[in-house]
Design a protein around this ligand. Structure first.
Ligand SMILES: Cc1ncc(C[n+]2csc(CCOP(=O)(O)OP(=O)(O)O)c2C)c(N)n1
Length: 678
């Protein structure tokens, strides 16, 4: 649908503001380009040159409480949202006075004060976050609008489609703004899309959509006013395609081999500033020295911003690792959920799956912000029946079935968490989490640090992991070690009933993204959960069996095999100590090293593949810190380097088993000259 672009009656002050906003952005970016060539600004620099009418027509229409999600080409959005020019420029200088403390640079401008959520360098990556921000607003009945800007290149990404669908399905207050400048880097729209009518494609999701001449600031503003007003009254999302053009290269590295100079020149003629200025002049709306006055004010602001940025300070290197996760002092203590020192003598005998389900129920009953979302968590009761009955108890808003769109709903959980909710995102199994990796690694893990502690992502993401159910190579991964590689995430592997319950409660109190890996072979295990079971500590590994001869270090599904192995070894007079890591990131090296200093031998049992495994990491740390304590070389019992096979005997052979652990201990002790039978 082409919307009406009849010029509204513009009063003089408003026209003046529109023109000066666009000129301010243009001049600022001209200066950025100059500073780039002088190497004052580094990294990628993407200029908006030619597209100014889009941000200038839309952003001022939003309320201060509304939210803005942008891309790496977001200087205009930040400036027009009210982030001071000097802090935008200082950010590009990498100075602490920057709006992200110099940690994000040009592509990652943030401001909590302005509800400005970045700055995302992943094409399409911001859309799920926008969905989540809007979801939080909707769930709390707060009538804000989230405006989400992206280029037409994003339209080919899965995250675009997943986000469109979620926003339309859930009726979320999002204004999706496609800044269609005709090129994704050097690829013209016609060369990348089967259907170039982008607004029509959005309409396929049942979302009202329109396109507008993005070179005409008044038309853009008219369209934005209409869309935003309708979102506020109708609630659901809207889509606005702004057809525009960028005059400069994609970034400062682009030699522009893909387009002709006369094409650019022709577009420049239709540029939003010359065009609006000409229109104002013809309408007699530019008086006296007004244009020069606008120019002068902008020049002064830019000069001041440069001076400010030049004089800015660099973050001390010893602050480097600040704000990767919350400082312990920043973590809220919720007394009502703290672990009981004195477990009640009343307990219930329940399964691991019931322990997780009970924790979800307890958390939801206690805290309105908590909700569960994922594929089949509602009517189906959860792929592993963890959430059976919860939808009946809490309703479909808080036990929220999602479409099959891991990236979309994980990103929505991240967005909702940023907006203050406490989502629990269930990903059926770890293999499907690979489809959500962008959201987990590029957004959840980075946001606190990159925004200089302005935003946190208190989302809990649970997933089943591990082999043993003959589900073959694509359903049997143990990738928790991969995730444990990533700064900004906390990674948990509850192996006991009490941890399955308590770790979830603790994770919901954390201010950072927490990934919980539930081994598939544990769901049916039974055990005792004390009636007063509460949150548990997430800091310490647990000594599950004390011993003196060897430390067996493991976690998750392998714990029980290792404990059985230890019992068998006891029959051989070998006294093994068993450490359950519990938290894979951060690692409690203190407990591990204390054990190794006692036993002087360590075997790491890890269901991950041996190469690059968590076991390799722990082994290396022991080599670094405890080398002279060791009486025998370190040993690993890991999965074989094969995709996990279907046939039972091969699957069993592929992953660590009790007998492998026993054999490894015997071999180690023999090698160390200790007779295996005492
Ligand atoms: C997921 C992803 N793939 C590739 C890139 C590399 N890349 C950066 S910008 C860009 C073009 C994006 O074009 P568009 O979405 O139209 O936005 P524009 O740059 O034109 O504003 C590409 C391919 C990226 N950043 N993210």
């Amino acid at each position: 649908m082409k919307i009406s672009t009849d010029k509204p009656r513009l009063d003089h002050a408003h026209a003046h503001t529109l023109l000066s906003s666009m000129m301010r952005v243009r001049r600022f970016e001209d200066k950025c380009a100059e500073l780039y060539t002088k190497q004052k600004i580094r990294g990628f620099l993407h200029l908006y040159d030619g597209e100014e009418a889009v941000a200038a027509g839309i952003i001022p229409v939003l309320n201060p409480q509304d939210r803005v999600v942008a891309t790496y080409r977001e200087h205009a959005h930040a400036l027009l949202r009210g982030i001071p020019m000097q802090s935008v420029l200082a950010e590009m200088y990498g100075k602490t006075e920057g709006c992200a403390g110099g940690r994000g640079g040009s592509m990652h401008l943030f401001s909590a004060e302005h509800n400005f959520y970045g700055g995302n360098a992943i094409v399409g990556g911001g859309l799920p976050m926008a969905v989540g921000l809007a979801l939080a607003d909707k769930m709390r009945s707060e009538h804000h609008v989230t405006a989400c800007f992206f280029g037409e290149g994003a339209v080919a990404e899965g995250e675009f489609h997943e986000s469109m669908n979620l926003a339309a399905l859930w009726g979320l207050p999002v204004l999706f703004v496609c800044e269609n400048n005709g090129y994704a880097m050097g690829t013209a729209l016609e060369r990348s899309e089967a259907r170039t009518d982008i607004s029509a494609r959005a309409g396929c999701y049942g979302m009202p959509s329109a396109f507008v001449d993005g070179m005409d600031v008044v038309s853009v503003e008219v369209a934005a006013r209409d869309a935003i007003a309708r979102i506020r009254t109708d609630g659901g999302p809207r889509f606005l395609e702004c057809r525009t053009y960028r005059f400069r290269p994609h970034s400062m590295f682009d030699a522009q081999l893909y387009r002709q100079k006369d094409e650019v020149a022709a577009w420049r003629e239709k540029g939003p500033i010359v065009r609006f200025q000409r229109w104002l002049e013809e309408a007699g709306m530019l008086h006296g020295n007004e244009l020069q006055d606008i120019e002068a004010a902008i020049e002064q602001e830019i000069a001041q911003a440069v001076e400010f940025s030049e004089a800015g300070t660099l973050e001390p290197v010893d602050h480097l690792t600040r704000y990767v996760t919350a400082e312990p002092s920043e973590e809220p203590a919720d007394e009502s959920t703290q672990g009981a020192d004195d477990p009640s003598s009343d307990y219930q005998e329940i399964t691991y799956r019931e322990a997780v389900g009970t924790a979800i129920r307890d958390a939801m009953a206690r805290d309105d912000r908590v909700f569960l979302m994922g594929e089949d968590v509602g009517a189906y009761g959860g792929c592993y029946a963890v959430s059976k009955g919860l939808m009946e108890e809490f309703g479909t808003e808080r036990i929220r079935d999602t479409p099959l769109s891991e990236s979309g709903f994980t990103g929505a959980g991240i967005g909702a968490a940023i907006a203050g909710m406490r989502p629990i995102v269930e990903i059926m199994t770890v293999n499907f989490s690979l489809l959500a990796l962008d959201q987990i690694l590029n957004t959840a893990a980075t946001l606190r640090h990159m925004s200089n502690n302005q935003f946190s992502v208190p989302v809990v993401i649970r997933m089943a992991t591990g082999a043993g159910k003959q589900l073959a190579a694509q359903h049997s991964h143990s990738l928790e070690g991969w995730y444990a590689h990533v700064p900004g995430l906390r990674v948990l592997a509850p192996a006991t009933i009490e941890d399955a319950h308590g770790m979830l409660l603790s994770a919901l109190q954390a201010s950072d993204p927490v990934l919980i890996f539930e081994n598939v072979m544990l769901y049916n295990q039974t055990g005792k959960l004390p009636a007063n079971a509460k949150a548990v500590d997430l800091e310490r590994a647990a000594v599950r069996r004390a011993g003196t001869d060897v430390s067996l270090i493991t976690y998750g599904g392998s714990l029980h095999k290792v404990l059985e192995a230890a019992e068998e070894l006891a029959g051989e007079n070998i006294d093994a100590e068993v450490i359950d890591l519990r938290s894979l990131r951060p690692l409690d090296m203190n407990t591990i090293e204390t054990s190794v200093k006692k036993t002087h031998r360590a075997i790491l049992v890890d269901e991950g593949w041996k190469s690059g495994s968590l076991a390799a990491e722990i082994g290396m740390r022991l080599a670094e810190n405890c080398f002279f304590e060791l009486d025998a070389p370190l040993v690993r019992v890991c999965s074989e380097e094969v995709p996990i096979p279907y046939a039972k005997h091969l699957e069993e052979a592929a992953i660590p088993q009790k007998n492998d652990v026993v054999a490894a201990v015997l071999a180690m002790l023999n090698k160390a000259g200790v007779p295996a039978n005492g």
